[in-house]
Ligand binder design. Structure first.
Ligand code: GAL
Length: 354
């Protein structure tokens, strides 16, 4: 097998067995000198968008060449009635390490089988070893019975206009506040779809997810063991329908990249900056330069990776979805550049880390 010495965004990317890497909607954890890439294992055809297998992991020391570490979280058998039964939707898995407990914790977007995207749950699994196997613990609607930070008193007491209504996921007839979706979901927990995780320098971990019918991005502090939500969470970009959140920290500032809400079709990326992870976030606009089609170079963000031992070196990781044949989805990795407190992403046919 020839060794890769560069990235070729959008092309087939073969693992150590010569098979196209199967880790979509993924994220990376650096652990004990190696990078571990976790993502959705997709199968052929349109039904391959569903979780028929589980979460796939690969490892690498140079980020170009990836060794297949196998399926680290398997779906349960058909008709098992499990939340993660074969045929469920299990998307955007991310893994973080808890230094206090020594455990590896995986969170993902979960839609139990047969109910489309109505469930809006978050699943959590845990392992003693980075490359698994991960044991599924539970699926939840985050922060049940807890109000967001600074939720206005009058809304806490006002009936929700959204009661009993299903929305399409990219539209609300009125603003999220006016619909008062937080109140509708207060008892059972807030909706959670597209997501990522972030561990800050102080060891606190955050779960960032599209909530309130996708209209508003919640940033939630996890418990000390990272296995549940702490009840502290903020509402961000209300009414902006942000999806595909990817976050990183540089020089004490937090940056986020997100997409709009157009399903598998790519749209123009968005970016934002904040002094505090829980907000206030300020939007910085489209980070892509010369993206003439305004489609994030035909991709959707999933993660922004800090490269180890290289100062200010970050890689944008995106998915180029192929929903008709899910397994053929491609990876678009591009360098992140910085310009006046903003970050920028430019297309490269072929590139290497400097
Ligand atoms: C996208 C989302 C993907 C997947 C897809 C399904 O908006 O980012 O993770 O859920 O919709 O249509």
């Amino acid at each position: 097998m020839s060794k890769y010495t560069s990235f070729t965004p959008g092309e087939l990317w073969l693992d150590d067995n010569g098979v196209h890497i199967n880790a979509h909607g993924g994220g990376i954890l650096f652990d004990n000198g190696k990078y571990y890439w976790f993502g959705e294992h997709k199968t052929e055809g349109e039904s391959g968008n569903m979780a028929n297998v589980g979460v796939h992991c690969y490892s690498s020391t140079d980020l170009y060449n990836w060794k297949d570490e196998g399926i680290v979280l398997s779906v349960d058998e058909e008709n098992s009635g499990s939340d993660i039964e074969k045929g469920c939707i299990l998307e955007r898995p991310k893994v973080i390490k808890n230094k206090k407990t020594g455990k590896y914790v995986m969170w993902f977007h979960l839609e139990p089988k047969g109910n489309g995207y109505k469930g809006a749950l978050s699943g959590v699994a845990v392992s003693e070893n980075v490359s698994g196997p991960y044991k599924f613990i539970k699926a939840v609607r985050p922060n049940a019975g807890c109000w967001p930070v600074d939720y206005p008193e009058y809304l806490k007491n006002k009936p929700s206009k959204a009661e009993g209504i299903n929305f399409p996921g990219n539209y609300l007839p009125e603003s999220p506040d006016s619909m008062n979706i937080v109140k509708r979901d207060f008892e059972k927990g807030q909706m959670a779809r597209d997501m990522t995780l972030f561990v800050d320098e102080d060891g606190k971990a955050y779960h960032i997810y599209s909530s309130e019918e996708n209209s508003t991005l919640h940033i939630a502090l996890l418990s000390d063991d990272y296995l549940s939500h702490s009840g502290i969470y903020t509402r961000n970009f209300s009414g902006r329908f942000m999806e595909a959140p990817a976050i990183f920290k540089k020089d004490g500032k937090y940056y986020m990249m997100m997409s709009g809400c157009t399903g598998w079709d790519p749209n123009q990326a968005r970016s934002a900056i904040s002094d505090s992870i829980l907000g206030q976030w300020t939007e910085l606009g489209n980070p892509c330069i010369n993206d003439t089609k305004e489609t994030t170079f035909d991709s959707q963000s999933t993660f922004i990776l800090p490269v180890q031992n290289k100062e200010n070196t970050f890689i944008y990781m995106g998915d180029r979805w192929t929903p008709q044949n899910a397994i053929d989805g491609r990876y678009v990795w591009l360098p992140v550049e910085f310009e006046n407190n903003k970050f920028e992403i430019m297309w490269q046919d072929k590139w290497a880390i400097k």
